[in-house]
Design a binder for this molecule. Structure first.
Ligand code: 5AD
Ligand code: SF4
Length: 440
């Protein structure tokens, strides 16, 4: 092997779960990039495989173990292959992974991946490495991001962790307590992204609207500051908690043109009894009044939510209340999940409902959500709206982009329109997307 070939090692990362994991995977790749790794889409040619995992529901967490099992033949064929587990399963079950899975060389929690270079060196010397510390703020340790050319959209983590302790949720345990990055660091990172070609930034946080970093007066103020960056056309943020929807952030939706008219504001349930048992600290009525205020500020805003069905103790009436709230708000999109008991959470102590009941409730809720989503898409037909084109579509000559309302939109357009915002007349809907033509 010549020197050059020895230096370039290949990294395959598989990302599970949420957008924050997508962001973390990018930063892990960049961190290992400084150690001579380039990313590959093919696990079979990799020198290192990293699984960036999700612990939010049992199914997601179990998948990691079956995927690790599938990597066994690769490791047998190439004993030099290093296998790492990152993310929230690493945080929650690191010790168990090391015990159960001898093929795993490295376990790194979501707050520790600034230490990957040292950990990589350790595994290269034939030892195993585990780091699931919460002590250090990784953002103070990570190097500045490289300035490689990027696509038109990017995620930017501004806040991590959660102090809310909803009774069902593992996030406060896997991601730790709330930490907000300072405004100047966020603005510098955003500027770098824009210089690299990014037009739209989605600010990420488990509780993003609880952002309280140095240098700005809350998320609304941070959004206004970011909006001053020339070349940055669109700003979004996710995921928000209803109790942190400050007046100033709502006002920013009315005043700040670059802030897109879409808000993901999970309510989880429409029943006050269940909201209380979930420790959500608001009622259905308070949520509805909040939605009224947001719509007063930005009447065309599209709202989305997460719902959990079958939380312990959920009665038929509680579930009907959820359907009722969902219908009343008229969400443009929503995600619904069967309750999954997570070890260490308070709700896991309570008796679970029968799985068949959860299936039936999920089906009913999803049918209603899809009907609402279709209605939202249909309401766009005939309108001419700005679309940020992101990439080529499946059909020749076609591009795919997003409306301000986060609908996927496809239209025939020249490739030079990628990363441009164009006015598109919406002609039709299809499953989960809109079809249009460039307005002249
Ligand atoms: N079971 C089912 N769904 C859950 N979520 C979080 N924890 C659980 C759980 N234990 C859902 C919530 C949250 C979304 C990210 O995942 O709806 O908003
Ligand atoms: Fe999964 Fe939640 Fe962790 Fe994101 S924060 S990776 S959704 S458990």
């Amino acid at each position: 092997m010549d020197n050059q070939a020895e230096k370039t090692k290949k990294l395959f990362i598989k990302t599970y779960g949420c957008q924050m994991n997508v962001y973390d995977s990018e930063r892990m790749a960049e961190t290992l990039g400084a150690q001579g790794y380039v990313t590959t889409d093919n696990a079979e040619e990799a020198d290192m495989v990293l699984l960036n995992t999700c612990h939010i529901r049992e199914k997601a967490a179990e998948k990691v173990y079956s995927d690790l099992g599938r990597l066994k033949p690769l490791k047998e064929a190439n004993p030099q292959l290093k296998i790492g587990v990152a993310g929230c399963v690493a945080q929650a079950e690191g010790a168990e992974i090391m015990r159960r899975m001898p093929l795993v060389d490295l376990v790194v929690g979501p707050q520790s991946y600034h230490n990957l270079p040292a950990m990589e060196a350790r595994v290269q010397s034939g030892r195993r490495a585990v780091d699931t510390d919460f002590e250090v703020d990784k953002f103070t340790q990570l190097k500045a991001r490289p300035r490689a050319q990027r696509g038109p959209t990017a995620f930017l983590t501004v806040q991590e962790g959660c102090d809310k302790f909803c009774a069902f949720c593992v996030v406060p345990y896997t991601r730790g307590s709330e930490v907000s990055r300072p405004a100047d660091k966020i603005i510098a990172e955003a500027q770098g992204l824009v210089e690299a070609g990014v037009r739209e930034i989605t600010l990420l946080g488990q509780n993003v609207n609880a952002w309280h970093g140095q240098g700005a007066e809350g998320l609304g103020d941070l959004v206004r500051r970011l909006a001053r960056i020339d070349g940055l056309a669109r700003i979004r943020y996710t995921t928000s908690h209803p109790n942190d929807m400050a007046d100033d952030l709502i006002a920013a939706h009315a005043e700040e043109e670059k802030l897109m008219p879409y808000l993901h504001l999970p309510v989880q349930s429409g029943s006050d009894r269940i909201l209380k048992a979930m420790n959500r600290k608001h009622t259905a009525e308070q949520y509805l009044r909040l939605i009224e205020r947001i719509r007063a500020a930005r009447p065309d805003i599209v709202l989305s939510s997460d719902f959990i069905v079958g939380f312990p103790g959920e009665t038929d009436q509680d579930f009907e209340d959820t359907l009722q709230l969902c219908a009343e708000v008229g969400f443009g999109a929503s995600f619904s999940f069967k309750y999954s008991a997570r070890p260490g959470t308070p709700a896991a102590e309570k008796p679970e409902l029968p799985p068949a009941l959860l299936d039936a409730r999920l089906q009913r809720l999803q049918a209603q959500i899809i009907a609402q989503q279709n209605a939202s898409l249909a309401s766009m037909v005939g309108r001419t709206i700005p679309v940020l084109f992101e990439k080529k579509g499946r059909m020749p000559g076609q591009l795919i982009g997003k409306s301000g309302y986060l609908h996927a939109v496809h239209a025939d357009a020249p490739e030079s329109d990628i990363a441009e915002i164009r006015m598109v007349e919406i002609m039709a809907t299809s499953t989960n997307s809109l079809a249009g033509r460039l307005a002249t």
